[in-house]
Every structure is written in structure tokens, then in C-alpha cells.
Write a protein that binds this ligand. Structure first.
Ligand SMILES: Cc1cc2nc3c(=O)[nH]c(=O)nc-3n(C[C@H](O)[C@H](O)[C@H](O)COP(=O)(O)OP(=O)(O)OC[C@H]3O[C@@H](n4cnc5c(N)ncnc54)[C@H](O)[C@@H]3O)c2cc1C
Length: 395
């Protein structure tokens, strides 16, 4: 497989790398410490054309491929995971369903502002009783005349409660289906009668839709994560996104693609940790020499560096498969699984190489270590990736 980047992809990667170094790195610690959403950085990313990389140019998107998007997410995570997940959740989770299944009217209404970064999109799948078992959705939407009336709640939703959040696309049970049980058809572990699940766009500010207070998290402190509540929330019938009854299948497809972005975050975060570790090891002296001269330190650096290269290639391969229109479910799950684990290990080793200073917040590796763990949980836990991979292999 040929991983030669095109001139455009290289230019985008270098632009994002420079932007992250010059504009994100200086403020990342403060944003994390004060748990402040990075409004100015999102606006800058909008100006740079980063908030709509894979979407149609006619709606203001970049018209670029998944590999270009992957490179961007990786470079952001190398410096700051909060900014990276804000862009990734906005692009591959929030906006992608509108891009893939939106009507012309829905695309015209939402995509331009989303691609400019003036508005953020969120993806509302997870619920208090429906996490890994996402088909167990309890949120309901019933048609009342020409309106959907939505009742229910969502959990852990990224980008839904900022001052610039524009909409959330949700799954909701919209009725009963004929035929086989939903659990059997959709691969969900949930039991019960056949249910029809659809996607609906809910604009922020709609009466009855309330994003809750942000969670106090272990990491990703500058990103926005909240529970959502829907109580007699009315939206026009035209806010149905895609075909009625295809909402769960569509969101599983979105998760497949989203995993490539999260895998890129793992690669970027591991690379950022390695960068910090190498530079610190060359500066820090013990026993009369830089600690980089000790074989025990070199072995850590060498191992992590080799694993990053392997993980990066697998992640790019998943992106290329998607861009070629091939099945990428297996590769994306494999990449997500190994990159999450790699990020946890690489950030831990980077802290170890920093000694006591690694435990102090002024050093980026301290934040990196806290930011890594979610990569083995969000967008499908490691156990769910293993399940997807095993199924793809025929188990
Ligand atoms: C910071 C953050 C941001 C998020 N952003 C979003 C978002 O924007 N949109 C969204 O919809 N969701 C979002 N999520 C939700 C995230 O995707 C879920 O937390 C995740 O899928 C796991 O679901 P759960 O937390 O309910 O865990 P559970 O499903 O309750 O899992 C608990 C444990 O059981 C294991 N388990 C469950 N089922 C199986 C099985 N069949 N086999 C083996 N083990 C199993 C899991 O692997 C895990 O270890 C976010 C979460 C966080 C923390």
C-alpha cells in the first residue's frame, strides 16, 4: 500500500502542525487548567478551513479526503487533545450524518455555518441506559401533525452545550417495526420487541431541549461534554435525517468512520508524548550525563517510537480504505484498539521519563497522561472494538 502523501495532504499537515505549535501550544495548559472551551481556536480553525475538511466545497467544505482529515486530527492531538476532539467530534460525528444523509434543504441550512466553524454539531447516540449497547435507545420521538415530539435523555455528548453549538443529531425510537427483533437485526445486545430507530436533527435553542451542566472529567478538560434532556421537545417533521427506521444502522456507519479520527488522536497524542520525552531526556542530567544516555530510557523511547510508526500506518490504511470506497470496519476498529492502548502506554512512559516533573501540571506530559485514557473508552470501548474485530473475522 502506497502512503506517499499528495502535495495537498502534505501542505495541510504542515499548516496544521505550524498552527498547533504557534497558536495552540501556548494556551493549552491554561485552557485545560481553567476548563475553558477554546472558542478563539475554533474560530481560527474555521478561518483556516479545518472545520469542514471532508465536506462538499459547494457547502463551504474543503472537499478533501479522509486521509487529509486524519493528518489534521493527528497534528492537533500531538499538542492538545481537547482541541483535537472538538474538531473530530464536530466533523466525523456531528456534521458527517448531515453530509451523508441530509436533504438539499438540510445541507443548505446547516453545512455552510458548520464548515466555517461558526456553529458546532454534536452526535447524540449514548444514553444513560444505552452506551456500548447503543441500540437500547430509550429516547422516543412521536409524530404529532407535522412535528416530532421528543422525550428522553442523552449522556456524555461532545460539543452540544457551547455558545456556538448549532444542533445535535440524535437517535430516537420512532415506532415499532415489522419482522425480526431489533436486537437480532442490528447486532445490539438489547432485548425486547422490534423498534424503529431514526435520526432527527435538533437545533440548539429548541424549547424542551436542554443541555445539562458539563461533566467534571479526568481529561479533555477544554472540550465540552454534557448530558442532554428532551422534554416534549418539538421539531418540524422535516428534521428527520435520512430514512425513517435507518437511524441505528446509519449511526453505526458514522462510528466506523469516527474511529479513524479517534485512532489519529491516539497516534498524535503518543507522538506528542514521545516528542516531549525525547527533548526532556536530552536536557535532564543525572549521574553526570543526560538521562537519554541510559539504556533503560533509550529502550522506552525506541519501543514507543516503533509502535507509533506501526499504529500510524494502520490508521492511514483505514483512511485510505474509506477513501477508496472499500470496507474499512475491520481496519478502523483495529486501529482504534491499538492506538488507544498505545496512547495510554506512551503517555505513561513519557511521565516516567520526566520523573517527578511528569507529575506536575506545568509539563504537558501530565495533561497528556490524563487525556489518554478516554481513547480506550470513547467511540466504542476496547472490548467493543475486540467484538467488532472478532465478528469481522467470522467469529
Ligand atoms: C468524554 C466523553 C465524550 C463522549 N462523547 C460522546 C458523543 O459525543 N456522543 C455520544 O453519543 N457518546 C459520547 N460518549 C460516550 C461513549 O461513547 C461511551 O461512554 C462508550 O461508548 C461506553 O459506553 P458506557 O459509558 O455506557 O459504558 P458501558 O457500555 O456501560 O460499558 C461498561 C463496561 O462494560 C463493557 N462492555 C459492555 N458491553 C460489552 C460486551 N458486549 N462485551 C464485553 N464488554 C462489554 C465495556 O467495554 C466497559 O468496559 C462520550 C464519552 C465520554 C466519556
Amino acid at each position: 500500500m502506497d502512503f506517499q502523501l499528495s502535495d495537498e495532504q502534505r501542505l495541510l499537515r504542515d499548516t496544521v502542525r505550524e498552527f498547533a505549535r504557534a497558536e495552540i501550544a501556548p494556551v493549552a495548559e491554561e485552557l485545560d487548567r481553567t476548563k475553558s472551551f477554546p472558542y478563539e481556536l475554533v474560530a481560527r480553525m474555521g478561518e483556516l478551513g479545518l472545520m469542514g475538511i471532508p465536506f462538499e466545497e459547494e457547502y463551504g467544505g474543503g472537499g478533501a479526503d479522509t486521509l487529509a482529515y486524519t493528518l489534521c486530527v493527528e497534528e492537533l492531538a500531538r499538542v492538545d487533545s481537547s482541541v483535537s476532539i472538538t474538531l473530530a467530534a464536530h466533523t466525523s460525528l456531528g456534521t458527517m450524518p448531515i453530509h451523508l444523509w441530509g436533504s438539499d434543504e438540510q445541507k443548505s441550512e446547516w453545512l455552510p455555518a458548520l464548515c466555517r466553524g461558526e456553529r458546532l454539531a454534536a452526535f447524540g447516540l449514548t444514553e444513560p441506559e444505552a452506551g456500548s449497547d447503543a441500540g437500547a435507545t430509550r429516547t422516543r420521538a412521536r409524530l404529532d401533525g407535522d412535528e416530532w415530539v421528543i422525550d428522553g435523555s442523552k449522556q456524555f455528548i461532545t460539543n452540544a452545550g457551547t455558545e456556538i453549538s448549532g444542533c445535535v443529531t440524535i437517535t430516537a425510537v420512532t415506532g415499532q417495526e415489522e419482522g425480526a427483533s431489533t436486537a437480532a437485526r442490528l447486532g445490539s445486545a438489547s432485548q425486547g420487541g422490534p423498534r424503529e430507530i431514526s435520526n432527527i436533527i435538533v437545533p440548539n435553542g429548541t424549547p424542551g431541549y436542554e443541555p445539562g451542566e458539563p461533566y467534571r472529567k479526568m481529561g479533555w478538560n477544554a472540550s465540552d461534554t454534557r448530558p442532554l434532556q428532551f422534554s416534549e421537545c418539538r421539531v418540524p417533521a422535516q428534521n428527520l435525517l435520512g430514512r425513517r427506521g435507518e437511524g441505528f444502522k446509519n449511526f453505526l456507519h458514522i462510528l466506523d468512520g469516527g474511529r479513524i479520527g479517534v485512532a489519529a488522536m491516539g497516534v498524535g497524542l503518543a507522538q506528542g508524548a514521545l516528542d516531549e520525552a525525547v527533548s526532556y531526556a536530552k536536557e535532564r542530567r543525572a549521574f553526570g550525563q543526560p538521562i537519554s544516555k541510559f539504556q533503560a530510557i533509550q529502550a522506552k523511547i525506541a519501543d514507543i517510537s516503533a509502535q507509533i510508526e506501526a499504529a500510524r500506518l494502520l490508521t492511514y490504511r483505514a483512511a485510505l480504505e474509506k477513501d477508496r470506497g472499500e470496507s474499512f470496519t475491520l481496519t478502523a476498529a483495529q486501529a482504534k484498539l491499538i492506538t488507544g492502548r498505545l496512547a495510554v502506554r506512551a503517555t505513561e512512559e513519557a511521565v516516567q521519563i520526566h520523573g517527578g516533573y511528569g507529575y506536575i501540571e506545568e509539563y504537558p506530559v501530565c495533561r497528556f497522561y490524563r487525556d489518554a485514557k478516554i481513547l480506550t473508552i470513547g467511540e466504542g470501548t476496547d472490548e467493543i472494538q475486540q467484538l467488532v474485530i472478532a465478528r469481522q473475522l467470522g467469529c
